[in-house]
Every structure is written in structure tokens, then in C-alpha cells.
Design a protein around this ligand. Sequence first.
Ligand code: R1P
Ligand code: GUN
Length: 288
Amino acid sequence: IHDDYQKTADWLTSHTKHRPKVAIICGSGLGMLADSLKCQDAFAYSDIPGFPQSTVQGHAGRLVFGELKGKTCVCMQGRFHMYEGHSLCKTTFPVRVFKLLGVETLIVTNAAGSLADGFHPGDIMIIKDHVNFPGLVGLNPLSGPNDDKFGPRFPAMSDCYDKGLRCLAMDIAKQQGVAGFMQEGVYAMVGGPNFETIAEARLLHRLGVDAVGMSTAPEVVVAAHCGLRVFGLSLITNKVVKSYEDSESVNHEGVLEVGRLRSQAVQQLVTELISRMEINNNIVKNAD
Ligand SMILES: O=P(O)(O)O[C@H]1O[C@H](CO)[C@@H](O)[C@H]1O
Ligand SMILES: Nc1nc2[nH]cnc2c(=O)[nH]1
């Protein structure tokens, strides 16, 4: 209920002077994004009233406030997944807290396996759209009574990944010389925690999914519902095995390792995007 989100937002407001306009959710192995924030105020999730706990390796479990290129940001170093046993409401709890804190733009990142033939580990995929498999069968964070203070009962999802930000990110990647490993595509969320069988991988591939992971879609649905502008990135950490002849298999350590390898590139891209995003969207820049 609204009061729970408000209580957490009020607690945070009374513990930090930062008033973020941008929120970042760090995916597996991508938590270093938070380290580059200046003038940090950091809180362990266990100290924040109402916050769930991170249980996954590679998700530190800290909320970090600070400045990035003069813009005030809040960064989740560690996200919540459905497979950890959290309800979808809890999984997405921080997104509504961010809304109440005054955040306008949400940047989501994740680690994902690729299905698309031209994609390789280490590629960075700008998320153009998603398939929310749990959502399609009713496992949706918006299930239950609608909270009209946040958004409508039946929110549109056809434009949830902001086109302006996607174009800007691609321009920045070209300028930074990393266009060679940039992709754009469709992310699918599955429940996890197991990785895909070969039959499941083939199914997803046939359905037009470019990358698959176990997060992000619920956060984006809740963000779109309450009117946040969303930008999403998947770091391709592995190819999803689609052949019975293939002897490779995926594991979480490998996922985290690719995260570390590409952390610098992801950080540079996100930093520059944050630095330039308002101008691109013709929002008058603040005096800061
Ligand atoms: O989506 P993020 O949190 O980046 O993590 C991805 O990586 C983990 C599997 O290695 C899963 O949790 C999957 O969802
Ligand atoms: N479901 C799923 N999640 C991932 N996260 C990182 N890699 C993968 C993958 O191959 N499959």
C-alpha cells in the first residue's frame, strides 16, 4: 500500500540530502556502476525500513545516493528476483519508492544469455522491448487492487523503453568507439533460477527473443505504470546453449566474470547517457 512506500521514501529523505532524478538498478556483476557516484550516501538494504534483502552473489545489497556528472542519482547495488522467494510486489518495491523520491528516469541493467545468432558474450544490448513470461500468465507486480496514486489499472506497455534514450545511447556508443559490440533487441524474463533447457532455448529463439534473463520486466512494468521514463541494457554474458551437440554450459561465476570484463564500458556508456539525457529530451537543464 501507498503508506509503506511513503514510509521508506520519508526515511531515506531524512537520511540523505540527495534528491535524485535518476535511478539505476545494477544487474549481476554490474554493481560497480554505483562506485563512480560522487559525494556518496550509502545504506545497506538491511537498514532501510521496508526493503527486502539481496541474497544473490554479485548483488551487494546497498542503496547508494550520489552525483554523476552533476546529476543526482540513486543506485541499487543489487536487485531482487522472483526466484529468491520475494513477492513481485517486494521485487519492485524500490521502483515506487524512487517515484516518491522524485525520480523521473529509471535505468535498468542486467546480465543475460543470448539467443540471437549474431550476439556474442561481452556484447551490450540496448533493450528495445521485453517479453514478460511470468506476467503473461498472471505473475505480475500490478496484480491486486490498483493504486490509482501511482497509475492506471490498465497501463500501456507498447512504448515502455524510451526511444529517445535508445537513440542517444547508440550515438554515445559510436562516439565511444564501442559500437562494434552494441546490439539492440528483445529481452525475455523467465522465472529461473535454473538456466534454460535446450528445448526452452529453441522455443525462445523461435519466438523472437534476443536475450533471456530472470529479472527486469517486473521493475519496468511498475516503472511504466507510474510514468517513469525507462532505459534498459543487457550485458550478454553467455550464449544460451541451443544444440544437443554443444558441450558448453552456463554458470553464474561465468556470468559475473563477463560483468567484470565489461564493467568499464557499461559504466562509461551509462555515465555519458546520464550526463546528456535531459538535453536530448528537451527538458530545460537545472542550474546544476
Ligand atoms: O538479471 P540480473 O540480476 O542481472 O541477473 C542475471 O544473472 C543471474 C544468473 O546468472 C540471474 O539472476 C539473472 O537474472
Ligand atoms: N535465464 C537466463 N538468465 C541468465 N542470466 C545470465 N545468463 C543467463 C541465461 O543464459 N539464462
